[in-house]
Design a protein around this ligand. Structure first.
Ligand code: ZN
Length: 54
């Protein structure tokens, strides 16, 4: 997973797992390490990923 970085506090929209979302280093794609969900990154992707800041 060296080409990816974690998004702290992000929740996977597919499986609901927290801290499992990684962002590709070229910012083109996000994916979930828990359920292998992935999505090309665009404006709606960012709205989909919920970030918890507590
Ligand atoms: Zn997931």
């Amino acid at each position: 997973m060296k080409d990816y970085k974690f998004i702290a506090g992000a929740i996977c929209p597919a499986c609901g797992e927290k801290d499992s979302i990684v962002l590709k280093n070229d910012d083109s794609q996000i994916r979930c390490i828990a359920c292998n969900f992935y999505q090309n990154k665009d404006k709606s992707t960012i709205e989909t990923i919920k970030i918890i800041n507590d």
